[in-house]
Ligand binder design. Structure first.
Ligand code: NAD
Length: 496
């Protein structure tokens, strides 16, 4: 099949490469000439695991090409995918200017060529009703007034985008055109068979995408709020999460507390859904609450660090991790972006490190921060080290090297992935935004004579697995400025 992908970003490029891999002839058309020039040289403009290999092989085998000439690319295609950006507008709604500009470009081609058979597929995340409007616009260009348009939202996750696209959980198609439906069934058949297809009307299809992202946001915000509460009452959120997630009705994904959700999709899609509903006279209270909780959580890391450091002005802060999640270079609306902005506004000097996202971060922050090539070199002389992204190379840090680089450094785990015990062992001050600062483990007395040592029948109890005493507001920790725990929300320092 001859396919044209309009927009060669995270979704368009991965989709284009994936469709080429299954034997289709694909052209990715994008108005960004730098991006297209890179792609023509075989250089992926984004980091996505596995993408470079597939890009290279499909170009070499002549199934994949790139152009800035969008109209010509549309003209030659059997099916045109629209995968341009739909960023958040200032009022919270989705900005459809790029999508509508493609409608005009495609319409002009349909008019010029009198083509009645071309199928147009909206892959961008668009508000409910957009696909129908898009079809109406195209129809106005075509003699006979009909265009084959379908909604086909994308569910890939950055970081695992290639794998997600190649092995989708589901393929949602929303259309009233039989031709569009049949073509998409044929096109996607190699991606997992008929059982993965959900065919519906365009409006439902569009809403599936917003509803899916919003329920994920609700889960994350629920856990973030719960972790703040758990800390204040002496519960360990990791244990709570494991206990909850073992229930098959609940499951364990998207239950990880952290610095608040970010990235190019969740924040804007949640906001767009709230906006859509309110325009239609509905209040989606649960989704709105998730958004409010996230706004609070996104500011928490900065408050905690500032609370522990005392005056931030003049302090040197190192950030490990800039991408909004591991395995991507995307820094759009990342927790590190807002944290760094916060620290800079308080007068700190910030040094950053990330294995893949420094180039993207530099586009946004320029020389307002320092960029370090080496993760340990980044912390030389720093007052604080803050983990913002859970890249694998940060997961098991050499704490002695951290201490050597900066003996009085305070370490903040914004992702809830480090064990305090590792830092205590080297005398490095440590604080997790989700678990606070925990006292050394104490096990209660063992079983009396004749009793079964139940503990021994369970998994080995390590120091961190033991029922630690959590340092809560009732038991201040002995760290700098009196208590790190005072930097917790709801406690004295932040109560105002
Ligand atoms: P992106 O910003 O990475 O890519 C969009 C591309 O479209 C850019 O390269 C831009 O130059 C190009 N473009 C804009 N207007 C154009 C036009 N008129 N003609 C040709 N090219 C044009 O965006 P993305 O992250 O790939 O997201 C695309 C859409 O997919 C959005 O609606 C997004 O919400 C949705 N989505 C994204 C993800 C994700 O993880 N990034 C996942 C699912 C869905």
């Amino acid at each position: 099949m001859k396919i044209t992908m309009i927009g060669a970003g995270y979704v368009g490029l991965v989709t284009g490469v994936g469709l080429a891999e299954f034997g289709n002839e694909v052209i990715c058309a994008d108005t960004d000439s730098d991006r297209i020039a890179k792609l023509k040289d075989g250089i992926p403009p984004i980091y996505e695991p596995g993408l470079d290999r597939l890009l290279k092989s499909n170009v070499e085998e002549g199934r994949l090409d790139f152009t800035t000439d969008v109209a010509s690319a549309v003209e030659r295609a059997d099916v045109v995918f629209v995968a341009v950006g739909t960023p958040q507008s200032s009022d919270g709604s989705a900005d459809l200017s790029c999508v509508m500009s493609t409608a005009r470009t495609i319409g002009e081609v349909l008019k010029r060529t009198a083509d009645k058979d071309k199928v147009v597929v909206i892959k961008s995340t668009v508000p409910v009703g957009t696909t129908r409007t898009f079809a109406r616009i195209l129809a106005s260009y075509v003699p006979g007034g009909w265009a084959h348009v379908a909604s086909n939202p994308e569910f890939l996750r950055e970081g695992t985008a290639v794998e997600d696209f190649m092995r989708p959980d589901r393929i949602v198609v929303g259309t009233e055109s039989m031709a569009a439906r049949d073509l998409l069934l044929r096109l996607y058949r190699p991606f997992g068979g008929i059982s993965k297809f959900f065919i519906m009307d365009p409006e439902s299809s569009e809403l599936v995408k917003y509803a899916s992202n919003s329920i994920l946001a609700v889960r994350i915000s629920f856990m973030n709020e719960l972790s703040n509460f758990a800390l204040s009452v002496g519960a360990d959120i990791n244990k709570v999460r494991e206990g909850m997630g073992a229930d098959s009705r609940i499951g364990s994904s998207y239950l990880y507390p952290g610095p608040g959700y970010g990235g190019s999709c969740l924040p804007k899609d949640v906001s767009a859904l709230v906006h859509m509903a309110s325009t239609a006279g509905h209040r989606l209270g649960v989704v709105q609450a998730a958004q409010d909780a996230n706004e609070y959580q996104r500011k928490l890391l900065g408050k905690v660090v500032a609370g522990c450091l005392g005056a931030v002005s003049g302090k040197r802060i190192t950030v490990w991790g800039l991408a909004f999640k591991a395995e991507t270079d995307d820094v759009r609306d990342s927790p590190s972006s807002s944290f760094v902005e916060d620290m800079l506004s308080r007068g700190a000097a910030v040094t950053v490190h990330d294995p893949q996202a420094m180039g993207q971060f530099r586009k946004a922050f320029g020389d307002r921060v320092s960029y370090a090539d080496d993760m340990y070199g980044a912390i030389r002389g720093a007052d604080a080290l803050v983990l913002c992204t859970e890249w694998r190379q940060y997961r098991n840090p050499d704490v002695e090297e951290i201490r050597r680089a900066s003996p009085n450094i305070m370490v903040f785990d914004g992702r809830n992935v480090w064990d305090q015990v590792d830092f205590d062992a080297h005398g490095v001050k440590f604080y997790s935004i989700c678990r606070g600062r925990r006292k050394k483990a104490r096990l209660g007395p063992g079983p009396g004579p004749g009793l079964h040592p139940v503990q021994d029948q369970l998994q080995p109890v390590g120091v961190l697995d033991a029922p630690d005493d959590v340092v809560s507001s009732r038991r201040p920790s002995p760290l700098q400025n009196g208590s790190m725990d005072e930097a917790r929300p709801g406690l004295s320092l932040l109560a105002k």
